[in-house]
Ligand binder design. Structure first.
Ligand SMILES: Cc1ncc(COP(=O)(O)O)c(C=O)c1O
Length: 359
């Protein structure tokens, strides 16, 4: 048995153990083909089944209707920051953005760089992104509204998505992809790099309403063209086959847990354990405001930087890794994605209390 530790890294991040075991079992001889999936043509019937199964599970878990396409793309969420304005800009309309943190503003900056009409509606920058800005209204004729549903660095998450009427709502869900139930019909498109909550690095899952595919202009690079990739079942060129396969296994694992509602309930319980510990303490100072707290990334400060370093180092000795906060917040960040077991969070909370007592 491998020596597994509790990995609180923000991403690439912990994966469900049964998924890793299944990958291991199937690694050398995939479904009786005498070769690894990694070695197999993406034009094979076997891989066709793999991508279709993964796509069907992405749909099934969140009840996504036939009005939407599921795409598996490359270039990370960062690629999507450019692909969104390239595909979805509309002449005479403005792409609108909410700045809830570093990734949200990167998405906006790509639209600026591409010289697409765009506008920032609101920002929480003045308070170092400790909350989700909600004081804004979307223009009726905006091309789209782009948000980042969970701000990995700051530990904030939209509690309710904005109502945008006929304006397509687009969300970067990289760090809370399928962590809780939502209504997919609220969105024109949502997307996420897989490497936090949905699989390994290398694939970006895009779910897009079919009518929006008609916006993709012909004169953009083909690799970014949603319509082309939708028509080719994400296989215009060689897709990240192995990563797509693992995404399928992670989706299967969500179902094996009882589906998205059960996974959400477990996530709420885990997050509550950490927030309760923070709230009961005068020692730890949570970064996110209560009304914006994330289920996935929890951020806090200790009384000083020396204690923060000590916290992270001592946690590592207890087999808990990845707890160092991002430099723009400092302190500690615990990423507790779907695959983080309750025991991992229980150990963290126990350590937090013990560390506070001793220091
Ligand atoms: C919310 C969010 N969006 C985008 C990104 C960038 O993703 P990628 O590295 O897949 O381009 C990250 C990475 O951490 C993220 O957390």
């Amino acid at each position: 048995m491998a020596n597994r530790i509790f990995n609180f890294s923000a991403g690439p991040a912990t994966l469900p153990l049964p998924v890793l075991k299944e990958v291991q079992e199937e690694l050398l001889d995939f479904r009786g083909q005498g070769m690894s999936l990694m070695e197999m043509s993406h034009r094979s019937k076997t891989f066709d089944d793999v991508i279709n199964e993964a796509s069907a599970l992405v749909r099934d878990i969140m009840d996504i209707s036939d009005d939407y396409k599921v795409l598996f793309l490359q270039g990370g969420a960062t690629g999507q920051f450019a692909a969104v304005p390239l595909n979805l800009a509309v002449d005479g309309k403005t792409g609108e953005y909410v700045d809830s943190g570093a990734w949200a503003i990167k998405a906006y900056n790509e639209a600026v760089k591409l010289e697409k009409p765009c506008r920032l509606l609101a920002s929480s920058k003045d308070s170092n992104h400790d909350h989700i800005p909600t004081d804004f209204s979307v223009s009726e004729d905006a091309a789209y509204l782009h948000i980042c549903s969970n701000n990995t660095i700051f530990g904030t998450q939209w509690q309710e998505y904005p109502r945008t009427g006929n304006v397509p709502l687009i969300a970067d869900m990289s760090s809370d992809f399928y962590c809780r139930r939502f209504d997919p019909n609220q969105f024109g498109m949502f997307y996420g790099g897989a490497q936090k909550n949905a699989g390994p690095a290398g694939v970006t899952i895009v779910v897009i309403r079919k009518d929006l595919l008609e916006r993709s202009p012909k004169n953009i690079p083909t690799i970014f063209n949603y319509k082309t990739f939708a028509e080719k079942n994400s296989m215009y060129n060689t897709p990240p086959t192995f990563a797509i396969y693992v995404v399928g296994l992670v989706m299967k694992w969500i179902k094996s847990q009882g589906g998205i509602d059960k996974v959400e309930a477990a996530n709420r319980k885990k997050a509550q354990m950490v927030y309760d510990t923070l709230d009961a303490s005068d020692f730890y100072k949570p970064h996110a405001r209560k009304n914006s707290r994330s289920l996935m990334n929890i951020t806090w400060r200790c009384p000083n930087e020396d204690l923060e370093k000590k916290f992270v180092a001592e946690a590592m000795e207890l087999n808990m890794s990845g707890l160092k906060g991002h430099r723009s917040v400092g302190g500690v960040r615990a990423s507790i994605y779907n695959a983080m077991p309750l025991e991992g969070v229980a150990r963290l909370v126990e350590f937090m209390k013990d560390f506070e007592r001793r220091n």
